[in-house]
Design a protein around this ligand. Structure first.
Ligand code: FE2
Length: 446
């Protein structure tokens, strides 16, 4: 039996919302104006599984700092080959703000070239071009986004993030944040927490308060994996952006550690780096695995300098964040005691390489997840990759005794079954179909 439901959406480049979908089900749709007629090709996507320790998305692609260049194309071609169930885009999407309003390439350091310019130019058609570029991928795979600094695009009257917020919807209300700058969602047995680095992250602020409540509600019996993502990395041994968001780390790291976040994904640094489990710059088996994949292939150069190499340690005036304060520290103990930079690759930095690429996370069960970093130069070599490890959860080794509010990471008790199921049935699906005025979307239930 087939039931058909229709929705009409006024659209140009848009995101749309479908409710009442079944988990693990394929849905076919077209966009356009059937009265002209002017319909798009038929697309298909598959909804994610319900929260369960026994059900996971097959492959999750992690992409950062993508832009729209030949390197970006290679990255996306490779992602499509990997056929992801969903995509995590960890900020810096279009790089529209690297182009002048004429479409010409802007200055790499705009504030250096034009120190008196009150507003940075930004070429808005780039957003549409990027949408068309991404359509083959995100018309069939849900993409969850978090904002990066290239999305700020400051305008007069203090307006920021206008294009980003207009184009990409996130389940902020449904996750209780009521801010599109930070939110959470479930995908099978994984609870994702998406944090904003360019809004207030202080422990006295709204984001922190929401985060504490959200983490306290996570039912680890239902979603054993807890994965967080935000744009600028806290742990980074490259000279570029070194300790740039140290203030954010100092405000929020203890809370994430307390609730045993398993993996943290970030971008911003245009290179790859995977950290050993770490907390407060100290190796810790209960800390998260931090991974930086800001190597999508944008118009800016790839980062190659390491802060621990001679002559590469940034000065105090370098790496000033585009939001928040500066909290650079000299290490107070360990191999880098008394210094701002290490003399060798830090012990918390497990592997780093300056190549373009993307990552694939394949959660096997509540204990094992396979992480693979695919370099763009490996595109035609099926069995080659830049980095690959199993991330292993061993919660029995990390029982927390200081959790607030009575919540325990491993015994759950947050969301009701009904609420969890409801969240999972709302499939957030961002698609960018250009040059359409009206979209007709239908869903079929079998
Ligand atoms: Fe960035």
């Amino acid at each position: 039996m087939t039931t058909q439901k229709s929705f009409i959406i006024i659209c140009w480049s848009f995101s749309f919302f479908l409710a009442g979908l079944e988990p693990g089900t394929k849905y076919f749709y077209k966009c356009g104006d059937s009265s002209i007629p002017a319909m798009s090709e038929e697309h298909v996507f598959e909804t994610l599984p319900l929260p369960s320790p026994n059900a996971y998305p097959h492959r999750i692609a992690i992409i950062g700092d993508l832009g729209l260049t030949s390197n970006s194309s290679t990255t996306i071609d490779h992602v499509i080959v990997n056929d992801p169930s969903m995509i995590l885009m960890v900020g810096d999407l279009t790089y529209a703000n690297q182009y002048l309003t004429t479409g010409e390439k802007g200055a790499p350091c705009y504030s250096c070239a034009f120190p008196d310019a009150p507003i940075r130019e930004t070429y808005q058609p780039r957003w549409d071009g990027w949408g068309r570029f991404m359509e083959p991928l995100i018309s069939s795979s849900p993409m969850m986004v978090i904002e990066g600094n290239h999305e700020i695009e400051p305008q007069v009257s203090g307006i920021t993030f206008k294009s980003y917020l207009t184009r990409y919807a996130v389940p902020s209300e449904e996750s209780g944040s009521n801010s599109n700058f930070y939110y959470s969602f479930d995908a099978g047995g994984i609870h994702f927490v998406m944090l904003g680095a360019y809004v207030d992250y202080n422990s006295t602020g709204a984001q922190y308060s929401w985060l504490k409540q959200d983490l306290n509600q996570v039912d680890r019996a239902k979603t054993p994996w807890l994965v967080a993502a935000w744009h600028p990395p806290w742990y980074n041994s490259y000279s570029s952006h070194y300790q740039e968001f140290e203030c954010m780390r100092q405000e929020m790291e203890a809370l994430l550690y307390q609730y045993r976040v398993d993996i943290v994904f970030s971008g911003h640094v245009h290179a790859y780096e995977r950290m050993n489990r770490v907390y407060n710059y100290t190796l810790d088996p209960c800390g998260p695995v931090y991974i930086t994949v800001g190597d999508g292939g944008n118009i800016e150069k790839v980062d190659v300098d390491h802060a621990d190499e001679p002559g590469n340690c940034p000065s105090a005036g370098d790496n000033i964040p585009e939001f928040g304060g500066v909290c650079h520290i000299n290490f107070s103990s360990g191999p880098a005691e008394g210094k701002f930079c290490w003399d060798k690759q830090p012990e918390w930095s497990a592997f780093r390489e300056s190549s373009f690429g993307h990552g694939i996370l394949e959660v096997v069960n509540s204990t094992y997840a396979l992480w693979t970093w695919h370099r763009n130069q490996d595109i035609y070599k099926d069995d080659s990759h830049g980095d690959q490890i199993y991330v292993v959860r061993q919660p029995e080794l990390c029982i927390s005794s200081t959790l607030e509010g009575g919540g325990k990471p491993e015994d759950g008790g947050g969301l009701t079954n009904e609420a969890a199921d409801l969240l999972a049935r709302w499939t957030w699906f961002a698609a960018s179909i250009e040059m359409l005025t009206v979209a007709v979307i239908w869903t079929s239930f079998y």
